[in-house]
Ligand binder design. Structure first.
Ligand code: CP3
Length: 370
């Protein structure tokens, strides 16, 4: 079998069927597949972000979208964060909303407000008008991944390769931005369409899946080892509504991405009651937030899947003593079982002390060494 130590575009495709050991894959990819690792792999949600002075220095001269759309800069931001923190995986610097542009939905990021979609999609006619044939316009993300993969193509000093994570949104979470026109508290317009427009909602789900599969395929082709699907706001749904309106398109997305030859991490927030249903998507790894104890969340999912998480990102503001005890607690709950990737339960927030982030990564490595 071809060596998987290099993250060249040709080398990241591998057979994940059966119980075949994949020697040479990074410890991050091995953990996604519930294979043996020498210590718990660690990376952090929003590891390249506004808490980091290096990112803010770049951000001074470029808008968020400029950074995303300029492969050299997106790659630099991705690489700088991964190297500064010493994490086991680099997530490509991009944003959930990028696929909106080729779909014909204009948006911008406003300071202090987050994303704003100027003409929210609320009618069947608007859903019918969404384009699914211009995914090639997103190739700047793949170009950035290629640069990151090239940069990390040789093993690190500890002999392990760094994992490269591509990502996209899940249909529900992306639909919520499209329909609400931005971030939301109660998802009234999203749920209104879901409950009452039986033509528009499934068509919107289907169009999003088509675009997201194509977008993920570009990223895998470029060298992404794993795809993370962000369903950040799925926790706003009841189990019944998730099953009735979201499970099918999300499962289709997960399985079509897996068919590209990479493991899938499926992440959401406030999902304690949804975990066993999220598991039905067949995702290789489920991201847990901190509201559910890791052992309890893993039990709800069953042993057939890996878990990622689940430190409260605000613990990074705590004393070293508290921070260490929370890290140890998570590792104790994982109990060395194959298939745990250490992460936060949600993204690092602006203002987080960088020192604590760096130390967290060091402590996870130290406390989990087998
Ligand atoms: O290294 C990394 O993890 C950063 C790469 C990244 C960004 N967005 C860049 C970004 C990732 C993985 C995302 C995903 C994303 N985008 C999500 C899912 C992750 C999650 O937190 O659940 C969501 C919901 C979005 C949509 C989005 N983008 C929002 C709601 C906002 C504003 C909120 C905020 O934090 O201000 C953004 C802006 C954004 N995307 C920033 C970054 C670093 C911060 C704004 C900036 O730099 O100007």
């Amino acid at each position: 079998m071809e060596s998987l130590l290099s993250n060249t575009p040709a080398a990241n495709h591998f057979e994940i069927a059966g119980n075949e050991q994949i020697f040479g894959a990074s410890r991050f990819v091995r953990a996604c597949l519930r294979q043996h690792v020498d210590r718990t792999p660690v990376w952090l949600l929003r590891q390249a972000g506004r808490y980091m002075p290096e990112y803010m220095a770049v951000r001074k001269h470029h808008s968020l979208l400029d950074i995303c759309r300029t492969p050299d800069i997106a790659a630099e931001v991705t690489i700088t964060a991964a190297e500064r923190l010493g994490v086991d995986a680099a997530i490509i610097f991009a944003d959930l909303l990028l696929p909106f542009t080729p779909m014909g939905v204009d948006f911008e990021f406003l300071a202090g407000e987050g994303p704003v979609v100027h003409s929210p999609v609320r009618t069947l006619e608007q859903v019918q008008a969404l384009r699914t044939d211009r995914i090639a316009e997103l190739s700047y993300v793949a170009k950035a991944i290629q640069k990151v993969a090239h940069h990390f193509s040789s093993p690190r000093t500890d002999g392990d390769a760094l994992g490269i994570i591509g990502f996209c949104g899940a249909p529900f979470t992306l639909a919520s931005y499209m329909i609400e026109g931005g971030s939301s508290r109660n998802y009234i317009e999203t749920k209104r369409m879901m409950y009452s427009n039986s033509a528009a909602w499934p068509l919107l789900m289907q169009k999003l899946v088509e675009v997201l599969v194509g977008f993920a395929a570009q990223q895998v082709e470029a060298g992404a080892d794993v795809i993370q699907i962000f369903d950040s706001w799925v926790g706003s749904l009841s189990v019944t509504d998730y099953k009735e309106y979201c499970l099918k398109p999300t499962t289709e997305l997960v399985q079509r991405v897996q068919a590209l030859g990479v493991p899938v991490i499926y992440f959401g927030v406030d999902t304690a009651s949804l975990l066993s249903t999220m598991r039905e998507t067949g995702a290789d790894v489920i991201g847990l937030d901190w509201r559910v104890p890791l052992a309890e969340g893993w039990k709800a999912l069953g042993e057939g899947c890996a878990v990622q998480g689940n430190l409260d990102p605000i613990t990074l503001f705590a004393s070293e003593e508290v921070l260490q005890s929370r890290i140890r607690e998570i590792l104790q709950q994982a109990a060395g079982r194959p298939g745990h990737i250490f992460n936060l339960g949600h993204g690092i927030v602006p203002g987080t002390p960088v020192d604590n982030v760096v130390k967290t990564v060091e402590w996870v490595k130290e406390f989990s060494a087998r």
